[in-house]
Design a protein around this ligand. Structure first.
Ligand code: AMP
Length: 416
C-alpha cells in the first residue's frame, strides 16, 4: 500500500461509526437536559496558549504537542486538549463572568504525539464540558453526575469513579514542601521523569505508573491531608452530595492528573476492561485558569471523555451492538428501460422520506435480492419489462418473501 494513515492516527470506519453516533446522540440528549450549550473552537491555536494553560513542564507540552511555525511565522499547535481553547474563546467573545453560570460542551479531535499503544493515539476524540462561574462543590457534583449519567445511558453502570482534591494555591505549597521532604532520600531510585517532576512540579510524581517508583509513591504524603479549611470543607461537601445522589465513588489520594491547571477537585472514571490506559474520563476544577489566561477570577470545572476508549469499552462489554444503518427499500430493475424508470421511482421514494437505493450494475434478479438482503432492506421493488408495460411494480417483502403486483403509488403507500 503506497499511502497509509499516520502512526497513531486511526480513522473511524463505517462498521464502527454507528457506535459513535449512538454515543454522540446520548451525550447531546444529556447535555440538553443539563442545560449545556455547544461550542466549536478551531483545531489550531497559538502554541503559547497551551504552554501557559496546560503547563510548560507537563508531558503534554514538553513532549507531545504537534507544533509548527506557519507561513506567517507564528508558532501554532494542533490542540492537545480543549479546555484552554474554550477558555480562550470565552475570553475573546466575552462569554463568561463571575456572577453567571456558563455551561458549554464540545466534541472533536485532539492531537498528542504520544507513543501509540492500545487506547492511546496521536489523534483521538474527546467530548467534554466546561462550567464557568461557580466555586460550589454542587457544580463539581453535577459534572460528575452528568458523566455517570452518559455512561449509564450507554449501558455502562459499573465504571469506577475516582476522586481526589489537589488543594489550592493556599495549601498546595505546604503539601509540595512535605512531599519534597519525603522524596529527598528516595528520588535517586526513581525514574528519569520523576526526577524532572521532582524539580518542576513535585506533585506529579504521584502520577507515575512505573513499577520502580510505585512502592515509594505508596508511602508518600497525600494532598487531602494538607488541605486548607476551604478546600477541606468543599471536598467533604462534594463527597456528601455524591453519596446523596447515589453515585458510587472511591477517594483516590494518588489522583493528581497530568495537566497543571487543576485546583481542588480532580476525578477520573476508569474501566477494568481497558488495560493499562484505563481512564475513560478525566476532569476537575480549574479555578485559576481563566485569570491565568488574562481574564477575571472566574472559577470553573469540567471533564473530557475519551471517545476511542469509550467505544472500546462498549465493544468489549457488548453493552451496545453496532448495527450498520439499514435501508427500507431496494430497487431491482431488470433491463435498461426498467433502470431508467427505477431511477425516477427511487428519487420519488426518497422524496417521500423513505431510505432507498438501487442496483446500478444490471445484475441478475437473484444477485440483486441478495444485495437487498445485505443492505437490510425491508422491501425490494422489482421492475421488469412486463411490469413496465402494465405500469406496475412487484413489491417483495424481504422478510416473508411474499410478492404483490401493484402500482408504484400503492407500493409507496404500503411501505410508508
Ligand atoms: P486528559 O485530557 O488527559 O484529561 O484526558 C481525558 C480523557 O481523554 C482520558 O481519560 C482518555 O479517555 C482520553 N485520552 C487522553 N489521551 C488520549 C490518547 N492519547 N489517546 C486516546 N485517548 C486519550
Amino acid at each position: 500500500m503506497k499511502y497509509q494513515s499516520l502512526r497513531g492516527m486511526k480513522g473511524i470506519l463505517p462498521e464502527e461509526t454507528p457506535l459513535w453516533q449512538i454515543i454522540e446522540k446520548t451525550c447531546d440528549k444529556n447535555f440538553q437536559r443539563f442545560n449545556y450549550h455547544e461550542i466549536r473552537t478551531p483545531v489550531l491555536e497559538m502554541s503559547d496558549l497551551f504552554t501557559r494553560a496546560v503547563g510548560g513542564n507537563t508531558d503534554i507540552v514538553s513532549k507531545e504537542m504537534y507544533s509548527f511555525v506557519d507561513r506567517g511565522n507564528r508558532k501554532v499547535t494542533l490542540r492537545p486538549e480543549a479546555t484552554a481553547a474554550v477558555v480562550r474563546a470565552c475570553l475573546q467573545h466575552n462569554l463568561i463572568s463571575k456572577d453567571k453560570l456558563t455551561k458549554l460542551f464540545y466534541f472533536g479531535p485532539m492531537f498528542r504525539y504520544e507513543r501509540p499503544q492500545a487506547g492511546r493515539y496521536r489523534q483521538f476524540h474527546q467530548v467534554g464540558i466546561e462550567t464557568f462561574g461557580s466555586a460550589s462543590p454542587a457544580v463539581d457534583a453535577e459534572t460528575i453526575l452528568l458523566a455517570v449519567k452518559i455512561f449509564r445511558d450507554l449501558g455502562l453502570s459499573d465504571l469506577e469513579v475516582d476522586i481526589n482534591s489537589v488543594g489550592c494555591n493556599k495549601c498546595r505549597p505546604n503539601f509540595t514542601q512535605n512531599l519534597k521532604h519525603y522524596l529527598k532520600g528516595s528520588i535517586v531510585k526513581m525514574c528519569e521523569d520523576c526526577h524532572k517532576r521532582y524539580q518542576h512540579n513535585t506533585m506529579r510524581v504521584l502520577d507515575c505508573k512505573k513499577p520502580k517508583c510505585q512502592h515509594i509513591i505508596e508511602e508518600a504524603p497525600s494532598t487531602v491531608d494538607f488541605l486548607c479549611d476551604e478546600c477541606r470543607v468543599d471536598f467533604e461537601s462534594l463527597l456528601y452530595i455524591l453519596k446523596n445522589l447515589g453515585i458510587n465513588f472511591k477517594v483516590n489520594k494518588r489522583l493528581v492528573r497530568g495537566l497543571d491547571y487543576y485546583t481542588k477537585t480532580t476525578y477520573e472514571i476508569v474501566s477494568n476492561v481497558l488495560g493499562a490506559q484505563n481512564a475513560v474520563c478525566g476532569g476537575g476544577r480549574y479555578d485559576k485558569l481563566v485569570s491565568d489566561l488574562g481574564g477575571p477570577e472566574v472559577p470553573a470545572v469540567g471533564f473530557a471523555i475519551g471517545l476511542e476508549r469509550l467505544v472500546e469499552i462498549l465493544k468489549t462489554t457488548k453493552a451496545l451492538s453496532s448495527k450498520p444503518q439499514a435501508i427500507t427499500l431496494y430497487f431491482a430493475p431488470l433491463g435498461d428501460k426498467a433502470k431508467i424508470s427505477a431511477i425516477e421511482y427511487l428519487h420519488k421514494a426518497r422524496q417521500a422520506g423513505i431510505s432507498a437505493d438501487m442496483d446500478y450494475f444490471g445484475k441478475k434478479l437473484k444477485a440483486q435480492l441478495k444485495n437487498a438482503d445485505r443492505l437490510g432492506a425491508l422491501y425490494a421493488l422489482i421492475l421488469g419489462d412486463d411490469e413496465l408495460s402494465r405500469n406496475t411494480v412487484i413489491l417483495r417483502d424481504m422478510i416473508s418473501s411474499s410478492q404483490t403486483e401493484l402500482s408504484f403509488e400503492e407500493a409507496l403507500k404500503k411501505i410508508k
